[in-house]
Design a protein around this ligand. Structure first.
Ligand SMILES: Cc1cc2nc3c(=O)[nH]c(=O)nc-3n(C[C@H](O)[C@H](O)[C@H](O)COP(=O)(O)O)c2cc1C
Length: 356
């Protein structure tokens, strides 16, 4: 048995069955530690999945080595911009694909069952399979790139190959009437959100201006993930607080930034589904992640811009104009190589999983 097979076997044996009946308490902790450490390593990889405002709304219960369940983490979802749980389930869908990739790299097949409703847990089952590390490097390197997205000239065929992993996504090239319509709807929705104090109170709770905030709560958006220039990062860390986000000037700058972003890149991806249930939301998030993992090695950057999905008038306008049933995600896309670093903070596996 090689090391990977051994690790897969220890995960599958689980905490209870790994212990011989005569083992002492010390042996028990050591044996549980072996598979639990491996489970945590797997979960840490999966946690590189994207989530709206980096809320990381996932929570895993480890019932036994091979039976886990995934549910929404209390307090880590966006109640103002997505009160129905849409973005939370999209993030969980992306997380499930990441979990599948991290498990395959350790010789484990992940199967995720259906969940009964928006607040129910998703049953997960792990079983042995051949080791497949194909997508692990992309999972570890993937990040949201928000600036300097270049046109996709010469990458059309690569993008089409990536799109094969996401049947619910359609691409609208920059400059086309559909792409202009999405850009306009995004700006209208952003302008409407600028007038809604609750949106900015919520955003303020998810921005971590100072690094010291991250030690206790490694979630949310930071000056580095906003891709502020180095000096600006130092400036905001030294002078900004939550109050800055609530000021009219911050909203005006956010609108200006959105306007610049919608002008650059190679176009838009619109994800849509035939019905509009938590299962559809989860599947849209899963397809986003499958596409994203393929985009990383191709140097194609993805930037979700959710404003026109969150604001109902703009969502309905985009659906009607593009002939889509239920719009799920709007993602800006453009050419840009992925830097080696992934600065977005993450909660450690110990904080997002519990033994039950
Ligand atoms: C469902 C969903 C919606 C998102 N919406 C936005 C958005 O509107 N604007 C944005 O800049 N990023 C958006 N993101 C990207 C997240 O902010 C990003 O994934 C998170 O901050 C973690 O950073 P990372 O992707 O670099 O790991 C979204 C991501 C998901 C999964």
């Amino acid at each position: 048995m090689n090391r990977r097979e051994f690790l897969a076997a220890s995960l599958l044996l689980g905490v209870h069955s790994a212990l011989p009946a005569s083992s002492s308490a010390g042996d028990a902790v050591a044996a549980a530690g072996g598979w639990l450490d491996e489970a945590h390593a797997l979960i840490n990889d999966a946690a590189r999945a994207p989530s709206s405002h980096n809320s990381q709304p996932w929570q895993i219960a480890l019932h036994e080595g091979e039976h886990w369940s995934l549910s929404r983490a209390p307090g880590r979802s966006l109640q103002v911009v997505a009160p129905d749980g849409r973005e939370c389930w999209q993030s969980l869908g992306a997380f499930l694909v990441a979990l599948e990739v991290a498990a395959a790299a350790r010789g484990l097949q992940l199967e995720a069952g259906d969940c009964a409703g928006a607040t129910s847990a998703v049953p997960l089952h792990l079983s042995p399979r051949s080791v497949d590390t194909t997508w692990l490097p992309a999972l570890r390197r993937r990040r949201t790139l928000r600036k300097a997205l270049a046109p996709l000239t010469g990458c059309e065929a690569t993008l089409a190959a990536c799109l094969a992993a996401a049947p619910s996504a359609r691409f609208f090239a920059h400059g086309s009437p559909a792409a202009r319509l999405i850009a306009d709807a995004t700006l209208e929705a952003t302008a409407a959100q600028c007038k809604d104090d609750a949106v900015w109170h919520e955003l303020a709770r998810w921005i971590r201006w100072q690094e010291s905030e991250l030690a206790g709560n490694p979630t949310g958006i930071t000056p580095a993930t906003m891709e502020l220039p180095w000096l600006a990062q130092r400036w905001v860390a030294a002078t900004y607080s939550r109050d800055e986000v609530l000021a009219p000037a911050f909203r005006a700058r956010s609108l200006e930034l959105a306007a610049r972003q919608t002008q650059e890149g190679g176009g838009w991806l619109a994800f849509s589904t035939e019905s509009d249930t938590p299962t559809d939301w989860r599947h849209a998030g899963a397809e986003l992640m499958r596409l994203w993992l393929r985009a990383v090695p191709a140097g194609i950057a993805l930037h979700p811009m959710s404003q026109a999905v969150e604001a109902l008038p703009q969502r309905r306008a985009v659906e009607a104009a593009l002939g889509l049933e239920h719009l799920q995600l709007l993602v800006r896309v453009g050419k840009r190589d992925y830097p080696p670093d992934t600065p977005s903070p993450r909660l450690a596996a110990q904080r997002i999983s519990v033994l039950s």
